[in-house]
Design a protein around this ligand. Structure first.
Ligand code: ADP
Ligand code: MG
Length: 286
């Protein structure tokens, strides 16, 4: 009961079919607590995007309920929900529609009951924070892929929602953009934001996200600690993913007769383990 009270998001027996009859979600039961970060993973067509789109109230369950803070979201308005939940879609161009970069931010701030001056001030702060000062009057159509993704993020983050949803955030991002994204995630996570990421990026999830929900064919296949689920070959195969690099290395070393202890899971630990191992080897040779 306590858990029920605490969970910020609760999918309760959710089924969803698109108007053309495609059954996209089947019997989804999922609880997410405030301040958690989770990764939703699984093959294309598994229902990941449909699942997260349920959270802005635009898609409604065919049966079952989606609760936020204990309230069925169909009792809320799209406007109210947009203050609580920010969704950054896979293709940023689908959510950018203003004539200029600055207008995009201003439009997004409209739902917040701010004065005209406050909107101006906040827009300038956001433009600076995201490095868009020089682009303020440029059309969002004329931004690079990475920049338009950044603008889509800025236009959601300026409303400071408690729940952040990213659909394939690292897709098409270069290493530097991924680093910026990670820094932002860390900052938001410290602010007790609840973060849901749809991703195919096993290395990213394995290193940075503590909980994973694996989906297949509209159902939740498994839900639990990333360390455990993403090192389970059966689950990983059924989700069309690959085992994390460190784990594959561990299996490789095992076939060569080198047992790596179970608690060595992350890259940094593996590097330490191997450097200790080679130090000992060297001493033994000498
Ligand atoms: N607008 C739509 N109309 C009809 N079917 C859709 C629509 N969007 C997605 N689907 C179907 O719903 C299923 C789940 O899709 P989706 O949630 O996009 O999966 P994922 O994000 O895991 O790739 C797929 O079979 C897909 O073809
Ligand atoms: Mg998708």
């Amino acid at each position: 009961m306590l858990n029920e009270m605490n969970s910020l998001i609760h999918f309760q027996d959710v089924n969803f079919s698109y108007p053309n009859g495609t059954i996209a979600l089947k019997e989804i039961n999922l609880k997410i607590n405030k301040g958690e970060s989770i990764a939703v993973m699984g093959q294309n067509g598994a229902g990941k995007t449909t699942l997260v789109r349920m959270l802005n109230g635009l898609l409604r369950p065919t049966s079952g309920r989606v609760l936020i803070e204990g309230e069925d979201i169909i009792t809320s308005t799209i406007g109210l929900l947009s203050k609580k939940v920010g969704i950054i879609f896979q293709n940023p161009m689908h959510q950018l529609f203003s004539n200029t970069v600055a207008e995009e931010i201003k439009f997004s701030l409209k739902s917040l009951d701010l004065s005209k001056e406050e909107v101006e001030e906040k827009t300038n702060t956001i433009l600076n924070e995201y490095g868009f000062e020089r682009y303020a009057d440029r059309s969002p159509m004329n931004l690079s892929g990475g920049e338009s993704k950044k603008l889509a993020i800025a236009s959601i983050m300026c409303r400071d929602p408690d729940i952040l949803v990213f659909d394939e955030p690292t897709l098409g991002q270069d290493a530097n953009e991924i680093k910026i994204f990670l820094d932002m995630l860390e900052k938001e996570s410290k602010k007790k934001k609840t973060i849901i990421m749809v991703t195919h990026n096993v290395e990213f999830a394995f290193e940075h996200v503590p909980r994973v929900v694996l989906m297949t064919n509209g159902r939740i296949l498994a839900d639990g600690p990333t360390n455990r689920l993403l090192t389970n070959e059966t689950l990983v195969n059924r989700s069309s993913l690959i085992l994390p690099q460190v784990f594959r290395l561990k299996l490789g070393l095992k076939t060569l007769g080198l047992e790596v202890p179970d608690n060595i899971i992350q890259k940094v630990d593996m590097v330490k383990f191997l450097s200790n191992y080679f130090e000992t080897e060297k001493k033994e040779v000498n």
